[in-house]
Design a protein around this ligand. Structure first.
Ligand SMILES: Nc1ncnc2c1ncn2[C@@H]1O[C@H](COP(=O)(O)OP(=O)(O)OP(=O)(O)O)[C@@H](O)[C@H]1O
Ligand SMILES: [Mg+2]
Length: 196
């Protein structure tokens, strides 16, 4: 019992630390941070949506992290962007998994790939891709529009990508792009300058 309480308290400690790291409430302004820490705390907060369920195996997260220097940014806001993209990917799996059995999904798992790199010593690139349901050209063209959603009323507000676009382009002078093929998956490409 003591051992299981220890595991439990350790888990709570990790989650609280992650929430603090995720929100970075204590440091609202521009600061040089390790982006991988932000991505990892976002993933930990989303653990309950990634783990195995009765209807599907665990969603696999494949990390292709490069050595990154500290990046000057609004860390809490960037974490919000990671969160929006990752939640959308998980939602996209829910739709593409319809009609597929646990065994089929085990053979072709839901995968999220996160790739980081430094480009020409001055730009940080973060690519987040999923092999979920993908989107049509029409949806892709409107993805950054405020209030654009294909989700049922009450589920999505359609603001996730609009806010993310604003955070990347206006607050960080970066770019946010989306590539997608219907039925195959989607990829989001974030680029932000290393120094503002
Ligand atoms: N990874 C993805 N795969 C497939 N479709 C996506 C993906 N990401 C976004 N979309 C599409 O873009 C739309 C807009 O996304 P956005 O995050 O802005 O809003 P939302 O997820 O519908 O609502 P919320 O405001 O709660 O995030 C989604 O409704 C969905 O149709
Ligand atoms: Mg969303």
């Amino acid at each position: 019992m003591i051992a299981s309480m220890e595991v439990g308290t350790q888990r709570i400690r990790d989650i609280v630390l992650s929430l603090r790291n995720f929100s970075r409430m204590d440091e609202a302004d521009f600061k040089a941070v390790n982006l991988h820490d932000g991505i990892e705390s976002t993933l930990l907060i989303l653990q309950f949506r990634l783990k195995e369920k009765t209807e599907r195996p665990e969603i696999q997260v494949i990390r292709e992290y490069s050595e990154l220097p500290l990046v000057e940014c609004y860390a809490g806001q960037l974490n919000q962007v990671f969160m929006n993209i990752l939640v959308n990917a998980i939602d996209a799996f829910e739709e593409s998994n319809i009609g597929r059995t646990f065994e089929e999904l085990k053979a072709h798992p839901n995968q999220i790939r996160i790739k980081t790199q430094v480009i020409d010593n001055q730009v940080i690139g973060i690519r987040i891709s999923d092999n979920g349901k993908g989107m049509s050209e029409d949806v892709r063209n409107r993805i950054f529009d405020p209030f654009f959603t294909t989700k049922p009323v009450g589920k999505g507000t359609g603001m996730g990508m609009a806010i993310s676009y604003q955070i990347i382009t206006e607050k960080h002078q970066g770019t946010l792009e989306c590539i997608s093929t219907i039925g195959q998956g989607s990829e989001f490409i974030i680029q932000i300058p290393l120094k503002q």
